[in-house]
Design a protein around this ligand. Sequence first.
Ligand code: AMP
Length: 436
Amino acid sequence: MSFSSLGLSEQLVRATTDQGYETPSPIQLQAIPAVLSGKDVMAAAQTGTGKTAGFTLPILQRLAENPRNGKGPRVLILTPTRELAAQVHDSVNLYSKYVPTKAAVVFGGVKINPQMMKLRKGVDVLVATPGRLMDLYQQNAVRFNEVEILVLDEADRMLDMGFIRDIKKILALLPAKRQNLLFSATFSGEIRSLAQGLLNNPVQIDVAVRNTTAENVEQSVYKVDQSQKTALLSKLVRDNSWEQVLVFTRTKHGANRLTQKLEKDGITAAAIHGNKSQGARTRALAEFKQGQVRVLVATDIAARGLDIKQLPQVVNFELPNVPEDYVHRIGRTGRAGESGHALSLVSADEGKMLAGIEKLIKKQLPRKEVEGFEPKNNLPLKPKAKADPSKARGRNGGNAGGNGRPGAKPGGRSNGRSQSGNDQRGRSGQRQSQSA
Ligand code: AMP
């Protein structure tokens, strides 16, 4: 199968060739014809599957087939984070190299005026985070009456971050007749009810098995006391000669502290989280990509949307509070067919989180110990005896925590996810401060 056999124009195929893509990824195989057909789409897909090209390429083709003269935007792509917005915008620019499409991106945390000026000039494809988009709308800087296609990218994360009200407001302002595309890594009851209200007889695409970690990522758990984690991480970076490792912490302060300690140990490191300015984040990411910084320490929200090609190694310095975040985190490695490694440093107090993760991914992770770092506080880390599945099901309305399939009966999720930090909007009063 090739991009041209999917019905894409020569100009768009040429843009993919320029990127070095040889064959469409599984999601692209399904999404491209579906979007071209004009139907609504509901796709289960994580970052790393090639979903961005999966929706962008056919959207660009539809725009080119129907040139219009308005000011736009004709396409609205909503994303949860600035980083993802910036990355999707970059992708739109890459793929539209040979077609006459104007794209713009708007997000919070930076000055609004330049964004207003850009919008005034007219735009075909607008990539936006919901909070800033609403601000711009309220200031009459953007209108939605020409929107033909709406994309909700990483819809699950948008809900987690508390954007549902802004999303609903935006939906109410869009023309009724339009094409809707919804992408989400996980499908909770909440996402399914959003989808139900939004999508009209959608084509359902389900390539990435949600809440299942990528096959090509080797995962393991290192048992270690909390107090020894930094020393162990330094040792692992050195002994394995890791030159590029993405490390996750639960909090911004944790990220800063760890970065400082690694630097003290002579390992170049940078932190990326919501308290950092956009400039600092972009710089840290660029230095990491170029190899000037060996360790990038990130919180879950900040890491969302990072696209670093062929990242070989991910470390969970702490397990995430929310099991689904584990899936997102390790999705940063083993991308686009590469193999990757993900290891988690787990201390006794994290036993419950580990159990939650293993239940979600339906897999027991192998336990390891490093000589000299054996934990004093041993954890209930032995894989638990298999629970009786008939008992497990009845509880909490749940399968293993919101991994229902699109179109499956609603099954409640057991974990509340309202705590995700939300630094994207730059509006006081609505921020939550926990992570990011
Ligand atoms: P995404 O899931 O959209 O974030 O894409 C993940 C990565 O895969 C990006 O670095 C893309 O450039 C890359 N990619 C997308 N489509 C393909 C393809 N067909 N072949 C190889 N790489 C691809």
